[in-house]
Design a protein around this ligand. Sequence first.
Ligand code: BTN
Length: 285
Amino acid sequence: MEKETVKKEVVKNPEAFNLDILASALKQSLFGKNIVFRDTIGSTNVFLKRLAQEGACEGTMVIADEQSAGLGRLGREWFSKKGENLLFSVLLRPQLLPSKLFVLTMIIALAGIDAVQDITGLNAMIKWPNDIYIGEKKLGGILSEFSVIQGVVQHLVLGMGLNVNWKPEMERTLLYPTSSIFTESHKKVSREEILINLLKRLEGSYYEVGRDMEHTEGFYKKWNEKSLILGKTVVIETGKERIEGEAAGIDRDGALTLITTGGDERKFLCGDVSVKMNLSEEKKF
Ligand code: BTN
């Protein structure tokens, strides 16, 4: 009897994350030195923090197609559909005071909106402290976590989730109005292309800022220009209080300055902001 030969066909899934493209484009980059990819992971931030404690080198990056316990800011959950969005974290070891680390959250947010603009033409904005918005809907978010020993920063993990080819309108349980590049542009976009563009920008800005933080002026200017809330009447909720006022600016430590309705100047390092539309309606976005 003749032996049957089974022809094995390798069907490449065009939607699968292409690590080869990424590794080859980042060969010379800080973020190409140690790339860890997982189909599924708990949280890229949690995983990378562990690698950082074990001594992983600066630039190490963890990317996943899916997170089973993705983290958002303020202990919230970060939800994303498998294989459709960008979920990644990068490790930096900057020689900065903890109070100066905000500039690095700022430069990854700027790298994100610039990469989106470059590849899709979409005009994304930054919502203080670290959200990426398109119109009034959330397109992405950044979770920065760092470790300090005796006042010295050991590592900073910058994690970003960016909604790329997802259709969030199909989900019923999202916390806030959410969008994606696909929803906005009606085009599928290469996740690798966006990530490569973003990381090259991030690396350029990281070196430009410098270890001594001498060159941050341009970034603060752009950050303020790209801010969704500046000049608007907002309500900030800190967990302890809820204050209304005009968002007047973001200072060097990342604090939001609010001119309260009573005329006081207050600074906030964290909180949830919503834009006040009129006396009765607040826009939660
Ligand atoms: C937020 O807007 O609340 C921040 C969201 C940050 C989500 C990203 S996804 C990749 C990285 N890993 C996580 O667990 N969280 C960040």
